[in-house]
Design a protein around this ligand. Sequence first.
Ligand code: KPL
Length: 323
Amino acid sequence: MVVTAKPLTAHANIAILGAGAIGQLMYHKLCLTGQTVQAEQYNDVVLIGRQPHTQQHTLQFTDHSGQTHHAMATILSSDDTHLVNINLLIVCVKAYQVENALLPLLSKLAPNCHIVLLHNGLGPHLAVSEILKHYPSLGLSLGTTSQAALKISQWHIKHTGFGVTQLGHYCGRPLSAQLKHRLQVLHRDNQPLEWYQPVLPILWQKLAINAVINPLTALNKCANGQLAAEEYQPQINAIIDELVDVAKCDGIDLDPAQLSYRVKQVIRLTSANFSSMYQDVTHHRATEIDYINGYICQQAQRYHLAVPTNQSLVAKIDALSQH
Ligand code: KPL
């Protein structure tokens, strides 16, 4: 199936910042490439990449049945004047790239643009919301997705993980009803799109999942499923208990028993997966540790709480990354 890219027009335009695996997955989902049902095709979506000039590329998308679909996509450069037509920007870069990638774009987007941060971990929302005080007509939502994709090559991804995408408004101008409706295409094929208000409790819940699975799989060089072994339980409980205390000081009430149940459920559901941190460490890439267990430590410091288990995980992952 080929979707022809067309230049951006002045109406609802969506850009995805970051052409990594999740960015490309969102692109295919929002354009409805790879859908077997008769569906309206959307071509109001572009990617924003790191290259100096706007380009077009044929993207490949291998769906869960192994079928590969093609889509012609526009990859805008961060200087392209068409950015002024973007009224929904979905940020799919890693947590540690958010500020550098996003902030230079803020003055170039449509004045009423809505921004959605979709990354593992927490932290960038604090800096971004501070800066948005200077752009009162922009809005910010935060979210997380359990969907996963694997990069086969630069412009070819395989859909490897299915699950819920959770979003909620955080600050500034709310998402318009038209754009909210447009995002509903993400709610397909038993992969729900859920809206939460407030959104932070749901992001702390996801933080707990990542704070357990990501460093423990990276340090023990194992697939997610291996963490179901009894030997990891005391460490898992300690990570969760510390997180719950910090979240409480941040005004978020979480139930440790419920979190522990949810973490176990994700370990089971993703048992064959290798976590993103395991993969980052294996491929000698930067990890998101500072935005996962590191965020717990940073907030703990503000509230004068001791979080020795999370602190030791940050130190061990840092040491591993330096090798
Ligand atoms: O989000 C993930 C990650 O790897 O970053 C989990 C949920 C742990 C799945 O692997």
